[in-house]
Design a protein around this ligand. Sequence first.
Ligand code: WTA
Length: 571
Amino acid sequence: MKVEALPVTKGDYNLQDYNQAYETFDWSQVEKEFSWYETGKVNAAYEAIDKHANSFRKNKVALYYRDGNRDEKYTYKEMKDLSNKAANVLKQADVEKGDRVFIFMPRSPELYFSVLGAIKLGAIVGPLFEAFMEGAVKDRLEDSDAKVLITTPELLQRVPVDELPALKHVILVGENITEEGPFLDFHKRLEEASKDLRIEWVERTDGLLLHYTSGSTGKPKGVLHVHNAMIQHYQTAKWVLDLKDDDVYWCTADPGWVTGTSYGIFGPWLVGASNVIIGGRFSPDTWYQALEDYGVTVWYSAPTAFRMLMGAGDDLVKKYDLSGLRHILSVGEPLNPEVVRWGVKVFNNRIHDTWWMTETGGQTICNYPCLEVKPGSMGKPIPGVKAAIVDDQGNELPPYRMGNLAIKKGWPSMMYTIWNNQEKYESYFMQGDWYVSGDSAYMDEEGYFWFQGRIDDVIMTAGERVGPFEVESKLVEHPAVAEAGVIGKPDPVRGEIIKAFIALRDGYTESDELIEDIRQFVKKGLAAHAAPREIEFRDKLPKTRSGKIMRRVLKAWELDLPTGDLSTMED
Ligand code: WTA
């Protein structure tokens, strides 16, 4: 099974370095880059911003921001001052070390000042997608006992403040804010706040970020990351993103997703790069325009976006001068070989796939600049990460055998726990020290990993991880729905789309209006991306005798596959 490999991109590290690093590299070598090497204490926001603001990078642009009418840039020195000010605003809302501060707003400089400011106080930041609706917001604030929320007046409508007893303050980022009850005016207070701050120095195992993500059962779970993770963010920003001082870097991900924090905040800023943030929705024109205008050199995005750009046609991309682009990366879903070949054609660059998860906190299996890219493969484990394919007992399997993609415990950005659910955390591990990802894959004889699919029923739609259980739970809240089963249906652009099978309650009949009503119901209750694109009605859904919906059978129906063993199905 030989795949034609594409030659390497020029980077700082060559294959020999890589092979050698794989033998000799030890994460403790990276630690001396950070303050704890001397003081024993650290703060990731200091390392990302203040350190550079106090160096030759002081007047270097740290953040370029564009969205609609706003077009701004901030140097490292300005980022330091503004994040200090934001920290002082948060202090006025009684934020202390360990408190959960949630941020629910569109990408804007204020969002980044707030994230950094909260971290400077030692708080744990919970970033939420602006697309979340009330149910999704409430679940997360409730589970984490969030003390402070930073949001906009528009999004406030989706926050049931009265039903969240732990929530003490809501800081509003907008115009004409009236300060009463729990509400504080961000802009007014930011303006008045001091730029002097005593940073909270923390332990490396103190909380940094709380990212909620979906599994196949239960509500979304809070994956806790700690300051120690930045060791990996820093090192992969060098090895994998290949960032150097003259690079202009753009990561297209929202910080509501781990890619938008690990590689939209920490990776680029820990190494002192210039970071581009583009707000608003995806559109091929704005994206190409941004690549050209900022002279982006390193670009990190996702397969769905690349496929949509591919769909927009090669004539469009030819209108822009993208000659500055020298390194492109992808994450989140399988990257089709066809897309890699298209990248070579239109960008004159290989798109480098990277595999990792919310739980791994940072890149783990990647195509480095110095590796030959085999289109369709996720690449190889980075030095300091040991990955393997294991069977269900945790035994390592030889090349080409499909099994569980697993990683040996101990890489620096590994999740620290699942919030309020240590049991769930422990359930990820097999034989003590294999972290089992939930993905199936195989490894070839050269050590490249090839993704095969999810083992559980988690749906990846346009790069977003959606738990079928969450959607099903929302669906059955609709008055017409008796039972619902949700699966991911393969889709050429989005990877998968959400398809729901529904059995209606007595007295309801199927109609286009009802379908639309059900879709809106999920949209309003959870988020637009969680609403099923397709709905099919059935008299009865396949269930086990214990009453669990058999999604595997639904999938087989959908794809015209054999349904497999039905012995546990009720008749
Ligand atoms: C999938 C955080 C194929 C995979 C970044 C994983 C991928 C899940 C790749 C994690 C890739 C991520 N190729 N599949 N390069 N990268 N995935 O936590 O199923 O939202 O388990 O992503 O995305 O999703 P998460």
